[in-house]
Design a binder for this molecule. Structure first.
Ligand code: GTP
Ligand code: MG
Length: 384
């Protein structure tokens, strides 16, 4: 399972955000190896309205007229009045990990330094929580300064990576292989960048160089996402306005969230939540955007399966081919892969399921080289 580690200075609101994420947590009856051993790790559903559309399509296959028509998309606000006949819905999941606050000097072992860094090392991606809220009751040194806070953490992560690189030794060039030389060049390149305070993920590396340094598990090479934990009164400001207010370098991966409000939101029943969101002038809670974005930066995508037994979103690497996707469902499916029956999600809904889509000529047969698409509804054919 790929985990997103939540990092930030003390009192940035990490645990508040984590708890808000977790209160959306899936019921323990869901078919996941559920981990309650570590209270700081939580499994969160990836919100996906397509699954409701699939469930409705399956449930109304034999009944006419159908509730769905081709104009309705998962973005439309349609509510389904009757979910009694729906097959069970199983969404994709993503895992978050709440990590204790970092202090300057962590790379040298200050505070919980080493423990903190090893938690990050185990994470597939990093979520930075930056404090953007004022609250005299919640201690912090100095003025609110999210960009400055980020720099502190960035420096620690860069220093930790430099320490890792120090353990790499210059090869003996008279006997070194071509690969050894390439590795050393990549190490030097990354080291120079880190010394200038440039994170590895922002360093201009070739695909080959990226591969070479992968085994070093550098912290700043991990994909990153930023939550600006804002004041309630700043909800509604655009990223640009917030950027100006805080002197932030605008980043497409910056998500403004008021963790306190999200916590309150997540405690409300579904209908009231929507009302509250409307009052705040929002369509989607910040958490939903965060979860989706987090999933995206992990380099993952979903594909769908739909049948009477369940409708489900599965997680697979972007760029994965059909047999690999089949292997996500069951390892035997990958080994015995024959072909995949594929239909686009929209066509599946529009034509009322597998049978209708097939009659309309919308179901394709794909082989081993097929690259799976985010919107594919798939049924695998395999030998066991
Ligand atoms: N006013 C306000 N307070 C908040 C907000 N988010 C968190 N807090 C408060 O800030 C305090 C610290 O929040 P935590 O979530 O525990 O912070 P943390 O980042 O996990 O802190 P450490 O674990 O010590 O590193 C708590 O009292 C929260 O209630 C917010 O958006 N607005
Ligand atoms: Mg905490």
């Amino acid at each position: 399972m790929l985990t997103i580690g939540i990092v930030g200075l003390p009192n940035a609101g990490k645990s508040t955000l984590f708890n808000a994420l977790l209160s959306r947590q899936i019921a323990s009856c869901a078919p996941y190896p559920f981990c309650t051993i570590d209270p700081n790790i939580g499994v969160v559903e990836v919100p996906d309205r397509r699954l409701e559309f699939l469930a409705e399509t399956i449930a109304s296959q034999n009944s006419k007229p159908q509730i769905l028509n081709s104009k309705q998309t998962p973005n439309s606000n349609i509510q389904f009045p009757n979910k009694d006949n729906w097959p069970p819905i199983v969404p994709a999941i993503v895992e978050f990990k709440d990590i204790a606050g970092l202090v300057a000097g962590a790379a040298k072992g200050e505070g919980l330094g080493n423990k903190f860094l090893s938690h990050i090392r185990e994470s597939a991606a990093i979520l930075h929580v930056l404090r953007g809220f004022e609250d005299p009751n919640v201690v912090r040194e100095g003025n609110i300064d999210p960009q400055g806070d980020f720099e502190i953490i960035k420096t620690e992560l860069c220093l930790a990576d430099l320490q890792t690189l120090e353990k790499q030794h210059e090869p003996n060039f008279s006997v070194a292989t071509k690969e050894d030389k390439l590795r050393w060049e990549a190490v030097l390149k990354v080291r120079r960048a880190l010394e200038e305070g440039i994170e590895v993920r922002n360093t201009n590396l070739t695909e080959e160089e990226k591969e070479i340094i992968k085994p070093l598990f550098l912290l700043t090479a991990k994909p990153a996402l930023f939550v600006l934990n804002i004041d309630e009164k700043d909800i509604g400001l655009t990223n640009k306005e917030l950027g100006e207010k805080f002197g932030l370098v605008e980043d497409e991966n910056l998500i403004p969230i008021c963790a306190k409000v999200e916590m309150e939101l997540s405690e409300l029943p579904f209908e009231e939540r929507k009302e509250y969101l409307k009052e705040l002038g929002l369509v989607e809670s910040g958490l939903e955007r965060l979860i989706k974005k987090g999933f995206e930066i992990l380099g993952m995508q979903t594909f769908l399966t739909a049948g009477e037994k369940e409708v489900r979103a599965w997680t697979v690497r972007k760029g994965a081919k059909a047999p690999e996707a089949a292997g996500v469902i069951h390892t035997d499916f990958e080994k015995g892969f024959i072909k995949a029956q594929v239909v686009g999600f929209e066509d599946f809904v529009k034509y009322g399921g597998w049978k209708g889509a097939a009659e309309a000529g919308k179901v394709r047969l794909e082989g081993k080289e097929y690259v799976v698409n985010e919107n594919d509804v798939i049924e695998f054919k395999f030998n066991v």
